[in-house]
Design a protein. Sequence first.
Length: 381
Amino acid sequence: MSYPIAGKCILRPSLDVSKQRPHPIARSKTWDGPLPHHSHLTFALLSCLLLGLLFCFSPARAADVTLRLHSFLPPSSTVPKQILRPWAKKVEEASKGRIKIQHFDSMALGGKPPSLMDQARDGVVDITWTLLGYTPGRFPRSEVFELPFLMEDPVATSLAFWDLIEQDFQHNEFQSVKILGAWVHGPGVLHSKDPIQSLSDMKGLKLRGPTRVINAYFKSVGAVPLGLPLPAVPEALSRGVISATALPWEVTPAVKLSELVRHHSELKGPQALYTATLVLVMNKARYRSLPDDLKAILDAESGAKLSGFGGRAQWAADKAARTIAEKAGNSFHTLADADYDAWKKAAEPVYADWIVDMQKKGIDGKALIEKVRARIQAHRD
């Protein structure tokens, strides 16, 4: 396709007509005769200018495709700032500007965090990033990654999650959307108003839990878990609806958690207390409508590459977030050795119940657990 080039319109100095007699056209309200010579020149100059303006503002110079990305965290948070925007920039650069990704953080396009999956499915927006725990029970296979004391390494676990998405989950529980990336965050930590130093301190504790599976664990040890979206945590703590929350370190600055609670309990052992599953999903019809070369670019920057990057970035952000709580003078409690073993053993009934629950859904939960552990180990080797 050729484009008009304004530079090829040669602009000549305008004629000095200040000393010439007024042309008849200047004395007449209408003119039916041929244009005078300098009017031809003026018309030519205006035509060149118009062509140049059309070139500068031609739609061909704009993005061929604009995609709207909706998420629930503020723009300064780890995921929007360190994962979603860098990923989008890579896609835009690889497409040489043919793809433009617009970011709408903090639920700017409306709705609540649990609606994000359906917003992508229904085409309300093109892409959403969400926590699967916001829709409990809807994605049962993915829950395997959220079982307590299963995750050993966030990056290896994120890559294992993507393996299962590609091999299985995309074709069943995610068949209504296109999965662009799937990862998990770093080790979950208990943040509380009062110290949690043993398993017995969990009895009667009202706390926010991020997923159905980890809430089942908290309930089994005597706590009273509530499923709340992250943005609701500050108000719930301030109003006394809860007195503790389970969160990875990296997201705590987003809700100024170190100002709301003064105690942080960390389990130290081979596996983390828990993690949660996070996905970047795209409307399926919108994905299919892309030209093949743009699909290829989007795919190349997504998948395993994005999933590993997401897990790594969130895990890496834990340290800086923990430092904020340290500087605030908060207290830290380490649960290790025999304490850790007691917390881990308490998870055994949760595994048994989950396997039974999966069996009712026609899923071999035991085999799925074994497969996930094998994939995590494969990515650690």
